[in-house]
Design a protein around this ligand. Structure first.
Ligand SMILES: C[S@@+](CC[C@H](N)C(=O)[O-])C[C@H]1O[C@@H](n2cnc3c(N)ncnc32)[C@H](O)[C@@H]1O
Length: 204
């Protein structure tokens, strides 16, 4: 038997990444209102992946209050980089814009209000990284656009792939010759939900 730490869920909670006041407030607000944000583990993972890939142009589908957006945009060098984030809920978008201003990131983030699929049809710019976090039944429909807009060698990160309605997306991406993908099924403290899956995929 491998010599594993007991109660890993309790044990790893002590290593949650440190967050500033703004992110902690957004977490508290999300808890109160039941807003499904990625939480500090996936937030930190997004930040690390954006920095490691030296992403200068990031596309996010599913903003909510802008929690994950802030982790991603903070990976840019000051005054460099551009992030486009899309949400179909105008109230959420308005709240996110206030949070981007509070984070000092409003110059780097374009908040687009509308349905992802419709907005992506109109776009032709190229991105280094795409983060997918909209309704899971929409994942399969936006995947071809993500493939078109992501540069070759770019990274796609899709949250919540354990949801049943992400199944068509999971099958599509794993069978496509355009992607090299892996699914991580992990315990993610403070993630919504905590026992969830995440897909990382390279655009070939
Ligand atoms: C899970 S929340 C995003 C959470 C955010 N990424 C975070 O971790 O802080 C999903 C958001 O996607 C939006 N949404 C759902 N389906 C959408 C679609 N087809 N197009 C655009 N936005 C969508 C919802 O309004 C909601 O605010």
């Amino acid at each position: 038997m491998p010599n594993l730490i007991d109660n890993p869920e309790e044990y790893f909670r002590q290593f949650l990444p440190k967050r500033d006041q703004l992110l902690m407030e957004l977490e508290e607000e999300a808890r109160r209102e039941g807003i499904p944000i990625v939480g500090p583990i996936v937030g930190e993972l997004l930040h690390i992946l954006a920095r490691a890939t030296q992403s200068r142009r990031i596309l996010e589908l599913g903003t909510a209050t802008g929690y994950s957006t802030i982790f991603l945009a903070r990976a840019f060098e000051p005054t460099q980089g551009r992030l486009v984030t899309i949400d179909n809920d105008s109230d959420m978008a308005a709240r996110a814009k206030i949070n981007f201003h509070r984070a000092g990131l409003d110059q780097q983030i374009d908040m687009v209000v509308g349905d992802s699929q419709e907005k992506l049809f109109e776009m032709d710019e190229s991105f280094d990284l795409v983060f997918l976090d909209i309704d899971k039944e929409d994942y399969a429909a936006v995947l071809p656009h993500c493939g078109r807009l992501l540069k070759k060698g770019g990274l796609l990160i899709a949250d919540n792939v354990r949801f049943k309605n992400a199944d068509p997306f999971n099958r599509l991406i794993s069978e496509s010759s355009k992607w090299r993908s892996v699914n991580l099924f992990a315990y993610l403290p403070l993630h919504s939900p905590e026992k969830d899956g995440l897909c990382l995929a390279l655009r070939l």
